[in-house]
Design a binder for this molecule. Sequence first.
Ligand code: IFM
Length: 462
Amino acid sequence: MSNRTNHTRRSSSDFPEDFLWGVATASYQVEGAVGEDGRGESIWDAFSRTPGRVRHGHTGNVSVDQYHRYPEDVRLMADLGVGAYRYSIAWPRIQPEGTGAINPRGLDYYKRLSDELHRQGIRSAATLYHWDLPQVLEDAGGWPHRDTAYRFRDYAAACFRELKDHVDMWITLNEPWCSAVLGYGVGEHAPGLRDRTRSWAAAHHLMLAHGLAVQAYRSELGTSGVHRKAPIGITHNLETPRPATQRPGDVEAADRAMDMRTRFFFDPLLGGPYPERHFAAYPKETPPPVHEGDMEVIAEPIDFLGLNFYWEPVIAADRDDPEGFRLVESHHKTTDMGWPVTPRGLYRHLQWVWKESGGRYPLYITENGCAMPDELTPSGLRCHDPRRVSYLREHFTAALDAIEDGVDLRGYFVWSLIDNFEWSYGYTKRFGLIYADYVDQRRVPKDSYYYLREVISGVEEL
Ligand code: IFM
């Protein structure tokens, strides 16, 4: 730790000069226009229209209609002063059947969006998969089925080929833990299955898909030259649980919790195996079906690691729990999602990833933000969200501390640009810097938007 004190005054201009500030969204959460221009059906279309899956029966059919309103959203980003927009490409727009022919009208949308971003001097950061698997591929077995990894490779190769002049930063997958565990293990996300064996198979095939896509990137774009300037990485929501006490039982419990939540997705990127301890302790859970050579594919070198951080869990040993540990209730204030606000956890998280990876890859925070109560003024022209402003301030400070203590953190994307479809919570949680009126599609920048604008311009004291 450096010799900072609580009284050291920090300013946003203390961030490195080329630090990349950005905002993030994802296709199904903001685009709407699900039936337009030849888009195929995704697992989230099917899931959200199944009664009981999403609160109030909400769907992403319209959302904030970014598919049509992107010029307005890009203008708002330009006024905010961000250097990059992280969005995701909807696979069913590019390959409505999940495989084979490319849909040029789908591709065109991402070209138009990127061109608009470039006109405003904003970099285009594309995530290839943020959970909207073409439904036809789910019908054929989905991520638990090995073939899906190869279909993803083909789709990714098409995107690299067709969008190489438009995209400045590539992210293969967003939070594969969620796709695998929430989607196939817990049933909270599409496709809504509850099967732990299938969930670990899905996790492995997602990791394999990532490695295959990185290989496709090299074969499509070469290893040097102009397109190679667009770096490629993956985004994880790794958790680094803290033990409730320093008693050996709690320390071991936190370490074990880390295995399946974090190490499973992190170690193989660096050439390590999947953690074996978990499967040895739970013989009922079938380890993932790893074929010879898979781990080498997964460890294909990348250019950066993207981290999504929301909160830090605290874990205690618990003999009554089937896994031997439990989440300790937090004494911290919480967000609208019930997630504890733990900015020092972000500092520890960045330090952990940086040290564990031996500093191999530069880091980006590809998502951080919160759902908080917003207060729209009676005139409807302003929206006050003081708790989001404090949340961001505290997390920016933690990130700056980590940088000053040696972590190579290159950028920070706030989740989210605008309120949107929060998966199984539908529209009941608002994460945006911009308030969305879902009836008339009016956008109202919140106080946190203006706060971030000051931060980016380097004039704000943190
Ligand atoms: O909205 C999600 C996003 O799609 C993935 N990361 C977490 C966000 C908040 O839950």
